[in-house]
Design a protein around this ligand. Structure first.
Ligand SMILES: Cc1cc2nc3c(=O)[nH]c(=O)nc-3n(C[C@H](O)[C@H](O)[C@H](O)COP(=O)(O)OP(=O)(O)OC[C@H]3O[C@@H](n4cnc5c(N)ncnc54)[C@H](O)[C@@H]3O)c2cc1C
Length: 189
């Protein structure tokens, strides 16, 4: 957060975040688990859980797994917690959605700085992030929102081509660079 040049003068204390590559993180975690003799069963969608006196059984995708404990590490909207009735009183507020593009050929004056903007399209607010990828000479361009009616792809196009950013683009050569030089690869959802 702040002015990049000023933050850099502070050295390590000027850094407010760090970026890691989730694909690499997950691959390393998987390798570590296998090194510790953990058996991994990919592609199983747990859709039923039953408990016994001293055991628990999870079923899904035609397979059954039994053990003493079941750890539900299936995300913030945990279907397993729902199956077990733990989320019965939970209120639903919103869903955070994002579309991510990988960009090549971007030359930013501050290549290791991240850019975060909150803006408005006609349906409501959306956020725009541009960050360098940790392990590749590419940038990510993310458009995210909690607004249910916002079309993420149309909003990404709008941000890139005709947005309210236009005046900012004129003032800020960084963004002009991004928009002129972007070479979009396939989007990831
Ligand atoms: C768009 C977006 C951007 C984000 N950006 C950042 C960021 O920049 N930095 C940051 O720190 N955090 C970020 N987060 C948050 C971060 O992704 C989460 O906090 C983190 O992934 C939670 O990890 P988890 O292991 O609890 O759950 P998850 O990563 O959600 O993993 C849950 C796993 O359980 C599996 N699963 C679900 N249901 C079942 C089932 N019934 N049976 C079997 N498996 C099931 C899913 O397939 C998934 O693999 C972001 C989140 C989103 C959505």
């Amino acid at each position: 957060m702040g002015v990049v040049k000023e933050q850099k003068k502070k050295g390590i204390y000027g850094k407010v975040t760090s970026i890691l590559d989730k694909e690499t993180l997950l691959r390393c975690l998987l390798e570590e688990a296998r090194t510790c003799s953990v058996e991994v069963f990919p592609g199983i969608n747990v859709d039923n859980v039953t408990t016994g006196n001293d055991s628990v059984t999870a079923e899904g995708s035609g397979q059954t797994f039994s053990g003493k404990y079941l750890v539900a590490a299936d995300g913030i909207n945990s279907p397993i917690a729902r199956i077990m009735g733990f989320n019965d009183n939970r209120a639903y507020y919103c869903q955070f959605r994002a579309i991510t593009y990988h960009m090549k050929g971007v030359e930013l004056p501050e290549p290791d700085a991240g850019y975060n903007i909150t803006g408005f399209v006609k349906e409501g607010p959306a956020m725009l992030f541009v960050h360098k990828r940790a392990t590749a000479e590419e940038y990510v361009f993310i458009v995210a929102t909690i607004h249910p009616l916002i079309d993420l792809k149309a909003t990404a196009d709008y941000f890139m081509k005709d947005s309210f950013l236009r005046p900012l683009v004129q003032r800020c050569p960084d963004f002009e660079n991004i928009f002129r030089q972007r070479q979009l690869l396939q989007p990831h959802r």
